[in-house]
Write a protein that binds this ligand. Structure first.
Ligand SMILES: [Zn+2]
Length: 397
């Protein structure tokens, strides 16, 4: 299993100049390799493989400015182009509507290099001893200051240096041994929404923090500021940077919240299995009244994080079909005859007379649906005993 560790990096002004030049070079190389593939196919009907391009790079490096740049970074860029094409071919084969041919890049924001082995020992990404410790080793550049707020674990394989609006970050990809999957003893259904970010099947709620909505007035102010500057001027550029920084803050806040919530579910609440709906936020955002709130809640990222935490710590995460989870009674499996509106926060069942919070009801339904789908797991048996007899009939036949 691969684990990525993220650290803040502080290059000096001179180093930053070098890094920007390197980013420009990698962008040119990426576009060149993309052009090579497209044109060879278009005019010569010949497909170019990853190894053809790596061999071509070796020739380029013999007698040109290419030799002054780090080879490991150039190879990573070629691999990136190859991955883009592999995904494109896969989409063509799947027959998806949007094939998405790889595009020419206007700018590249990250540099990647692999940590090769020399004489059986892998090169270390960070200097950890001596007076000049806590320095990231960048090929051809030297050592860059890094804030290693926690040690990485496992075998480091690859390093990526990325420029964001608020600074530089290093991502160290490490190979760690796969954890042993636990036998699930307890499970929890989770319903996500815009009113409450999350409702568990125990009835616990986490309010939606709405980070974007909170920052909207700040962004409006900054954008107003930008509109008053002359386009392309130095002050215009500064104002533009300020907006990018504000967006970056919102992204970081959201990610922090999501990561902590996913961790809370598995570790603080102690659930071994978490079940959620299999939503497609890309379809949901087509609703123009809710698009902003749905995008702000970032459910897809939350599900990804749940899956990731489960994978990392040997827990379980499942997703079930979302159809009618909020329209069905969790006690008697009876569908409501009139569709429940989003503004109605309580679910009232006419057949069994239960009155229950709508999100709680949906979370219970999600849990029961997963229990039907995954019969035989231990937590499923526990659930089976505690469930309503009517539901048992409905689910187990
Ligand atoms: Zn009912």
């Amino acid at each position: 299993m691969k684990c990525t560790f993220k650290y803040r990096v502080y290059p000096t002004a001179v180093q930053e100049q070098w890094l920007f030049a390197e980013l420009r070079h990698q962008k040119q190389l990426q576009n060149y390799m993309l052009q090579m593939r497209s044109q060879m196919w278009e005019y010569g009907s010949k497909s170019v493989s990853l190894y053809d391009q790596i061999n071509h790079l070796a020739k380029l490096r013999e007698n040109s400015h290419y030799a002054t740049h780090a080879q490991d970074m150039q190879v990573s860029t070629i691999k990136r182009v190859d991955t883009a094409f592999q995904h494109f071919f896969r989409r063509c084969q799947d027959g998806s509507e949007k094939r998405g041919h790889p595009r020419y890049k206007k700018s590249v924001r990250s540099l990647t290099w692999c940590l090769r082995k020399s004489q059986g020992v892998r090169r270390k990404p960070i200097r950890e001893t001596g007076r000049r410790q806590n320095r990231l080793k960048v090929p051809k550049l030297g050592e860059v200051a890094i804030r290693q707020h926690r040690p990485f674990i496992g075998d480091p394989k690859e390093v990526t240096l990325k420029k964001t609006a608020r600074g530089w970050y290093a991502f160290i990809v490490c190979e760690v041994p796969d954890p042993v999957k636990c036998v699930p003893q307890s499970a929890c259904g989770v319903d996500v929404g815009t009113h409450n970010f999350l409702t568990t099947s125990d009835g616990e709620k986490i309010p939606n923090p709405r980070f974007y909505r909170q920052a909207e007035w700040k962004l409006a102010k900054l954008q107003r500021n930008l509109s008053r500057k002359k386009r392309g001027s130095r002050r215009w550029y500064k104002a533009k940077q300020a907006i990018a920084k504000q967006h970056d803050i919102v992204v970081c806040q959201r990610l922090d919240f999501i990561a902590k919530t996913a961790y809370w579910l598995f570790h603080h609440k102690g659930f071994d299995a978490v079940v959620a709906e299999e939503l497609k936020p890309s379809n949901l955002v087509k609703n123009r009244y809710l698009a902003k709130s749905i995008s702000d809640a970032s459910w897809a990222i939350f599900f990804d994080w749940c899956a990731w935490v489960a994978k990392r710590d040997g827990k379980h995460f499942h997703q079930v079909s979302p159809h009618n989870t909020s329209q069905t009674c969790s006690q008697c499996c009876q569908r409501a005859d009139t569709r429940l509106k989003l503004s109605q926060r309580m679910f009232y069942c006419k057949s069994c007379g239960i009155r229950i919070d709508r999100d709680h009801n949906a979370a219970l339904n999600i849990l029961f649906r997963a229990a039907c789908a995954l019969r035989g797991e231990v937590w499923d048996a526990i659930l089976y005993e505690t469930r309503n007899p009517l539901l048992q009939q409905a689910c187990w036949g």
